[in-house]
Design a protein around this ligand. Structure first.
Ligand code: AMP
Ligand code: MG
Length: 412
């Protein structure tokens, strides 16, 4: 079987991703990490009024022709109150965020003024510089104008987006519901650390690290995870797990059992319960990947089967499954942005597959390579802060530029 290119595999996965259509209204307070279904428009200007950027004195520039001009104080305007029209020839004591009174055309910060009380107690201010019109005034609408779009559909909501929505009075947001993903691991060798202590680990058994890894990755993408645990290496158990997983889930994600050895039952199980394409992708680590669906009553759940080796699972998840999930969630921006960075290592043997290397940024702005790039070496992933995306046939020379995918673009 010839290898499928990474780009083709990604394109086919994205073509098969059906975006969610169910929309729910959620309090803006609880919307972090969720996906906005409908663009949001501001019904107001921000700031709503001209207001002071400083603690100081609001005045008319025309009343301060020279530095050292002394003006009587005619009012005091703290934040949260509104003043009244500024009497000509006077100044208003004003505080940050308070509306600038009608008539005033500048605020002079208090550090540039002396306050002055005469014997009768009436306060004055001595303005020590000649102000310019508009000085220290935040104009109404300078941040947001009423009627403009502030958030586009398909935005994954970060705390900054929630603050922005709140700043224009939006208390609840229309969101796509969460994607429901069923997860299980296959393998008779797998045990859970919570069930078998190290001293009692039978020979040949290994801990199910992928369950933790994949569950965490799904949760960080905002999925609701239905965790079905470990499924033994036989056809009836695998088929039963698939039937159970297809109920109430949009996607079934599995790891292990997608090679074509006689202990690999995922392929025939999915074929019996639905439809499956098994791809050998020209990607390192992580060659085999299964994509299809499992029937469930009148509906179906999408199916993606990842290879079992932990680093292969990780790399195929972040490079291929993540864009699929983002599209299914209704997210507009599905692909990560790579940065050109300097390699502080050599990779002189050309690789026929597209390779994703575990690397870390160093203090000089270059990239260090984790010494053991084996597909079972999970330490490399825990150590790294990103991947180098290296095209087939490409060698890397120390000092040359490479394409770096930071984990901030792959894990969330
Ligand atoms: P498989 O894809 O099932 O042939 O598994 C490939 C390799 O990954 C084998 O060495 C498995 O023991 C290992 N492996 C499979 N599933 C897991 C898992 N859930 N956690 C850790 N290692 C696994
Ligand atoms: Mg296996």
């Amino acid at each position: 079987m010839s290898l499928l290119s990474f780009d083709l595999a990604l394109a086919q996965l994205l073509a098969g991703a059906q975006p969610l259509t169910d929309i729910e209204s959620v309090s803006t307070m609880d919307a972090a990490g969720r996906v906005l279904a409908v663009a949001q428009t501001s019904a107001m200007n921000v700031p709503s009024l001209d207001n002071s950027a400083m603690d100081g004195y609001a005045l008319r520039c025309a009343d301060v022709p020279v530095a050292g001009t002394r003006l009587p104080l005619s009012q005091r305007i703290p934040a949260g109150s509104v003043g009244h029209s500024l009497a000509p020839g006077s100044a208003a004591r004003i505080f940050t965020g308070a509306p600038v009174p009608p008539g005033a055309d500048a605020v002079v910060m208090q550090e540039m003024c002396d306050s002055d009380s005469d014997a009768g107690g009436a306060s004055h201010v001595i303005v020590k510089h000649v102000p310019q019109r508009g000085e220290s005034i935040r104009r109404a609408g300078e941040d947001i104008r009423a009627g403009v779009e502030i958030l586009s559909a398909g935005t994954r909501l970060a705390p900054s987006h929630l603050g922005l929505a709140a700043s224009v009075g939006i208390a609840a947001l229309p969101l796509f519901r969460r994607l429901r993903v069923a997860l299980f691991s296959t393998g008779d060798e797998l045990v859970m650390p919570s069930e078998v202590p190290v001293a009692e680990l039978p020979p040949g058994a290994i801990y199910n690290s992928n369950r933790y890894l994949l569950r965490g990755l799904l949760q960080q993408l905002g999925c609701e995870v239905g965790d079905l645990g470990i499924v033994p290496d036989n056809l009836p158990a695998t088929r039963a797990a698939l039937r159970e997983a297809a109920v109430g889930h949009d996607l079934i994600l599995t790891c292990g059992g997608v090679s074509v050895g006689e202990e690999d039952h995922v392929k025939p199980a999915v074929q019996a319960e639905g439809e499956l394409a098994l791809w050998k992708i020209a990607i390192k680590p992580g060659k085999p990947l299964a994509f299809g669906h499992v029937r469930s009553g009148a509906g179906r759940a999408a199916f993606i089967g990842l290879p079992g080796n932990p680093v292969s699972s990780f790399v195929t998840f972040v490079t291929l499954v993540r864009p699929y999930i983002l599209k299914a969630q209704g997210v507009a921006r599905q692909l990560p942005t790579a940065l050109p960075l300097r390699a502080d290592f050599d990779l002189v043997r050309p690789e026929t597959r597209r390779e994703f290397l575990r690397v870390r940024r160093n203090r000089t702005g270059g990239l260090d390579l984790y010494p053991n790039q084996g597909s079972g070496v999970l330490t490399s992933v825990a150590w790294a802060d990103g991947l180098v995306d290296n095209l087939p046939g490409q060698i890397i020379r120390r000092g040359g530029m490479v394409s770096f995918l930071p984990f901030s673009e792959l894990l969330y």
